[in-house]
Design a protein around this ligand. Structure first.
Ligand code: GFB
Length: 298
């Protein structure tokens, strides 16, 4: 999702974009990844590839989330260095911050307390990636930067009911509930956690802005600036989809962290602001989803 948004955004930048589909290059394969980077010798690397998923996938597969992400980061970051890449952008996630950190979450809250258990494995991998970028900067003076986005959504997201993030999962549930004339739509947890959602096109624009204007060891947050509760999101999605049934809450499913609103002072100081309002982003994402749905190609 993020990679394809970056390709769309970079198309207007007059640069040559090098991509490699997964069936041609497995980024967990350190030898193949090093060979590829040495071959193409890019000026900059944007590392958006990762094993990602929603709260269900993270909690069920901690070994996969930890090992795959460590492997991808290791192969790409060490390979970039060996290929002489000066500029690298590493993508983390707002879940790297401590579960009980002061809101909004500032970049200096990193490692100031225990993590949220449902995504600890993923967060540890991402923290290791930040530290690796900082270590290269400190030891070799390379300009490797880490960016921490909030929860992203948009075209090319995963809409699998068990493994997806909340926004695409609820969009698909509402769509199917409407289609099948179901009376109820089930939302996991209590509906009270708050989440901050940024459209992936805005995220890609912010990443390119950071690539051009930011060069520090500390990570930089990328967020929308405000959050909503899971129940507010569910109601908004039902409205966008046109589903008028009842929303019920499954308390056997985890809530995860109560809130993870990012402080974006640092990004705002660089002159960047989001453009896509949540309602508009949901409308266009639902349109995209419907176009894929009948082919089951999402
Ligand atoms: O988006 P999500 O899966 O992950 O869930 P996190 C956010 C909230 O939505 C939780 C609730 O409180 C869920 O209980 N929720 C309600 C649902 N209904 C659903 C549903 O049908 N599916 C899902 N998935 N959630 C992830 C991390 O955390 O966010 C990752 O696990 C990463 O590591 C990512 O950081 C951005 O926001 O809790």
């Amino acid at each position: 999702m993020v990679g394809s948004a970056l390709v769309r955004r970079l198309a207007v930048e007059g640069c040559e974009i090098l991509t490699r589909p997964r069936d041609l290059l497995d980024l967990q394969d350190v030898v193949a990844t090093h060979r590829y980077l040495a071959d193409v010798r890019p000026d900059a690397v944007l590392l958006a590839a990762a094993k990602v998923g929603g709260i269900g996938a993270n909690a069920a597969q901690p070994a996969t989330f930890l090992s795959h992400n460590l492997a991808i980061q290791h192969a790409v970051i060490t390979g970039a260095f060996q290929a002489g890449v000066e500029k690298l952008l590493f993508l983390g996630s707002s879940c790297i911050y401590p579960k009980h950190a002061t809101q909004p979450l500032r970049e200096d809250a990193l490692m100031a307390g225990p993590l949220e258990p449902t995504n600890e494995a993923y967060a540890i991998a991402k923290i290791a990636g930040i530290k690796l970028c900082q270590a290269y900067r400190s030891q070799y003076g390379t300009d490797y930067v880490s960016v921490m986005p909030c929860n992203l959504y948009g075209p090319c997201d995963t809409f699998d009911l068990e493994t997806a993030h909340v926004l695409p999962a609820l969009m698909r549930k509402a769509h199917e509930a409407k289609r099948n004339a179901l009376d109820v739509l089930t939302v996991w947890g209590t509906g009270t956690p708050r989440r901050e959602f940024l459209h992936v096109n805005d995220a890609a624009d912010a990443l390119v802005h950071v690539l051009k204007t930011y060069s520090e060891a500390q990570p930089i947050n990328v967020g929308a600036g405000h959050d909503v509760t899971v129940s507010e999101l569910a109601e908004l999605i039902c409205d966008v989809v046109g589903y008028a049934g009842r929303i019920i809450y499954d308390h056997t499913r985890p809530d995860g962290t109560a809130r993870k609103l990012l402080s974006c002072d640092r990004l705002r100081a660089l002159g960047w602001r989001p453009r896509i309002a949540l309602r508009d982003g949901l409308d266009s994402t639902y349109q995209w989803f419907q176009e894929q749905y009948d082919d089951h190609a999402y």
